[in-house]
Design a protein around this ligand. Structure first.
Ligand SMILES: [Zn+2]
Ligand SMILES: [Zn+2]
Length: 335
């Protein structure tokens, strides 16, 4: 096996290296900075140049080598390279070649171009490890333009009603994606500290993001009556919100496709948007790899692997400790 599934994580014996391990290991290749993939305690880390700043911001002082996309590294008897996953800025799929056999561990990915993340790139391989967070046909994401229209229409309606729009988004990826879709003609965009800290890291590395106003003393409903507020989902309904007076709350998540989840979260509005591939995206991505064997991790693994087997793939399920999509602050869990 080029990659093995062990209690510590996905392991490459030829390189003596793990991919996104969930237990502390000597050497880890990290696909991206979300907390279920980039964890504390490893001896050495490797990630893309663009993923590294957020990983350092979250994990502090770690030993990390960084790489450009596409550069081939010889580690032990394996050749390893990172390729764009389109999930969040800097996110990567990891290609591992041993003795002419190629496996790709995709981490989290999406096939829609969000204008910020390096667009998903299909990597030809024999075996593909895919997530299936949204691996059912009901998950069919709206076009980016429609999402922008819906967000801005809601924000405008809030302004007309004398309310602040407060949108729950997780700090890395979705916050910046939503930020780019908001129409600055409607009003200013206020940010919770967790969102602004990630914005600052990404701006520092050269990503161009629209202007934001960090929430601090004196920033409130009176000073910014037409504002929309971007905050982690956990801030919704907290005491922190009091300063904004009358509000309308929204949540941006792929899970908003499910009415039950929407109701449980008690937000006024749900916007269907995810950093993960929808059903069509998963199927297109897998087909584009040309892989004959597919391992399915997190989400609807049973249903999705059965579907793949029906399509003629040699499909298997892998238990991992990865999450799904964010309703929490760091990312990834269905309510
Ligand atoms: Zn992720
Ligand atoms: Zn994840």
């Amino acid at each position: 096996m080029v990659l093995e599934f062990t209690p510590s994580g996905i392991y490459c014996p030829a390189a003596e290296t793990y991919i996104d391990p969930w237990r502390p290991v000597r050497r880890a290749l990290i696909t991206h900075g979300h907390s279920d993939h980039a964890r504390r305690g490893h001896g050495a880390y490797m990630a893309t140049h663009a993923a590294a700043p957020v990983i350092r911001h979250r994990l502090g002082d770690i030993t990390m080598e960084t790489t450009a996309y596409g550069t081939r590294h010889r580690i032990g008897d394996a050749t390893i390279s990172f390729h764009p996953a389109g999930h969040v800025p800097g996110s990567a799929q990891i290609r591992v070649e041993v003795g002419g056999e190629v496996w790709v561990a995709s981490g989290d990915y999406k096939t829609v171009d969000d204008g910020l993340s390096e667009p998903f790139e299909p990597v030809p391989c024999d075996t593909f490890i895919t997530e299936s967070t949204f691996g059912l046909p009901i998950y069919d994401w709206p076009e980016e333009a429609r999402l922008a229209r819906d967000l801005n229409a809601w924000w405008s309606a809030c302004v007309a009603d004398g309310k602040r729009a407060v949108l729950g988004v997780y700090a890395l990826g979705k916050a910046q994606r939503v930020l780019r879709l908001l129409d600055p003609a409607i009003g200013p965009v206020l940010t919770h500290g967790a969102v602004e800290a990630t914005n600052a890291v990404l701006r520092d590395q050269g990503l161009r993001l629209p202007d934001t106003v960090p929430v601090r003393d004196g920033v409130d409903a009176k000073s910014h009556p037409c504002a929309i507020v971007l905050a982690p989902p956990s801030a919704l309904g907290s005491a922190w919100m009091k300063r904004f007076g009358a509000v309308s709350t929204g949540i941006a998540s792929g899970w908003m496709r499910l009415r039950g989840v929407r109701r449980r979260r008690a937000a006024d509005r749900g916007f269907v948007v995810s950093d993960h591939a929808d059903w069509k995206g998963l199927n297109a991505a897998i087909a584009a790899t040309g892989a004959s064997r597919v391992f399915v991790t997190h989400g609807y693994t049973v249903q999705f692997s059965r579907w793949l087997a029906e399509q003629g793939y040699d499909a298997g399920i892998v238990e991992t400790e990865f999450g799904g999509d964010s309703l929490d602050d760091t990312e990834d869990s269905p309510a």
